[in-house]
Design a binder for this molecule. Structure first.
Ligand code: DUC
Ligand code: ZN
Length: 455
């Protein structure tokens, strides 16, 4: 089916220009000021034409023991689509003890086949680093899993020797290693200390995971990394950022991802009556941290804005953890609100250009995670993943209006300007105003390949 997106203002990281986009068979076939065609016309007059959002940090369908997030694959992807995101890369939970490296990506792939409404990749997860696991790395990468995550805290935490082996093997296999960087020793000590002192209110969640623990963990990784590429997920502190900046001056390849919650919310939220909702790891930080992260978003030190969408419900947070921050399932939803929030706070508030906006939320994540130029850009030959963006539409965020299943949003009541009107994936209109127009199974697995890019 041929479609012609007409009269919009097309936005790329380099420029904004008026033009038409011709789509055939799901692919962008032409971009020009005026295209004559018998294709079905999608009128984009008065709207910006952006590439669909690429969110490379979600946890849909996550299950940790007896705790399950609210948004399964379908609900999370539906929410993403309504928020203008057409591609995600999901982080699975750890698999059964002793399982292979392939286990979780294979398992997720199977589940997603019949559930997906947008396109997706799947990250790998390192739960140990023995010879078998290391030997699996090249094969898993050849199947499109070009990025794998290691946690420096939680149960499947790795030693420095493990990290060294993983980074080396990933580098030689063309993969990138993502790190959840929080120092486990510090956190365990402080959680225990506050527990013994009966300091169990949500604010102690933040105090038990201090900024120094993030900086220390990042420093540790980068000391080991040599010239292997490193991707730091959900950077939340000024101190962590300083470590990354210094390592870059020393020639290291390190990418930094942050998320809307670390730019827009701060630790004062833990003092509110509903402070339990904001328990996530890393925790919300100080105003000084949010200011430093915005500065890094503006000057290019932050590469990616993703979400860490992890939708444990408020009901479950209360059920499991009321009265003890250590028992609250951590995480917050955000996949639907990422683009509007960053557009509103970034572009409308004059912090960044619309061109930098698309770089942060689509192009750079697609590049780093090996999906470019199929995804992340409006170029001839790319998938026609396009959002018609209304930069004047103002809405007040309310969980009642969102399309997630999760029962709350951390951004309830915020007034936000800039929302998608129409969302197109591979040339098909998947969302128009308030309607999802495709069936489960329309979303496809992306066979990622880092060699194709210049990130
Ligand atoms: N942080 C959370 O709060 N939840 C899930 C994973 C993570 O990194
Ligand atoms: Zn995460």
């Amino acid at each position: 089916m041929k479609r012609l997106v007409k009269n919009g203002k097309i936005v790329t990281p380099e420029k904004t220009f008026k033009g038409d986009i011709l789509i055939d068979d799901g692919i962008i076939k032409d971009i020009a000021p005026h295209i004559k065609s018998d294709a079905e016309v999608i009128d984009a007059s008065g709207l910006f034409v952006l590439h669909g959002g690429v969110d490379v940090h979600t946890h849909l369908n996550l299950k940790l023991g007896d705790r399950q997030v609210g948004d399964g694959f379908y609900e999370g992807m539906r929410a993403a689509a309504f928020g203008g995101t057409t591609t995600i890369v999901d982080h699975p939970e750890g698999g059964p003890k002793g399982c292979s490296l392939h286990h979780q990506p294979d398992y997720y792939k199977k589940l997603l086949l019949s559930e997906a409404v947008i396109d997706y990749g799947i990250h790998g997860i390192f739960q140990r680093a023995d010879e078998d696991i290391l030997n699996e790395i090249p094969e898993l990468i050849s199947k499109g899993v070009t990025s794998m995550k290691a946690y420096l805290t939680y149960d499947d935490m790795l030693t420095n020797s493990d990290i060294d082996k993983i980074l080396n093997k990933m580098k030689h296999s063309g993969g990138i290693t993502a790190f959840h960087a929080e120092d486990d020793t510090t956190i365990k000590y402080l959680r225990d200390k506050y527990g013994k002192e009966g300091k169990l209110a949500p604010i102690y969640h933040a105090k038990s995971r201090p900024a120094e623990s993030e900086a220390l963990a990042i420093q540790n990784i980068l000391d080991i990394a040599g010239d292997a590429p490193v991707y730091i997920v959900h950077l939340s502190t000024r101190l962590g950022l300083e470590v990354i900046k210094k390592a870059r001056l020393d020639g290291k390849t390190v990418y930094a991802e942050t998320c809307p919650q670390y730019l827009l919310l701060d630790e004062s939220y833990y003092e509110r009556e509903d402070g339990i909702k904001y328990i996530m790891a890393p925790p919300l930080r100080t105003k000084e941290d949010t200011d430093a992260l915005w500065k890094a978003v503006i000057n290019g030190d932050i590469d990616v804005i993703a979400t860490d969408h992890c939708s444990f419900s408020c009901a479950d947070k209360i059920k499991f953890g009321q009265g003890d921050f250590r028992k609250v399932p951590g995480g917050a939803p955000g996949v639907e609100t990422r683009l509007p929030l960053i557009f509103s706070e970034g572009v409308i508030n004059g912090r960044i250009s619309i061109n930098r906006f698309v770089e942060l939320v689509a192009e750079k994540p697609a590049q780093i995670m090996g999906m470019y130029p199929k995804k992340g850009c409006i170029k001839i030959g790319a998938d026609a993943d396009i959002v018609l963006w209304d930069a004047e539409l103002t809405k007040t965020i309310s969980v009642k209006e969102l399309h997630q299943k999760c029962d709350y949003t951390p951004y309830e009541g915020m007034e936000v300007t800039g929302w998608p009107r129409t969302v197109i994936l591979k040339g098909e209109i998947i969302v128009n105003k308030d309607e999802l127009l495709i069936e489960k199974g329309f979303g496809e697995y992306i066979n990622r390949n880092r060699k194709a890019i210049g990130a």
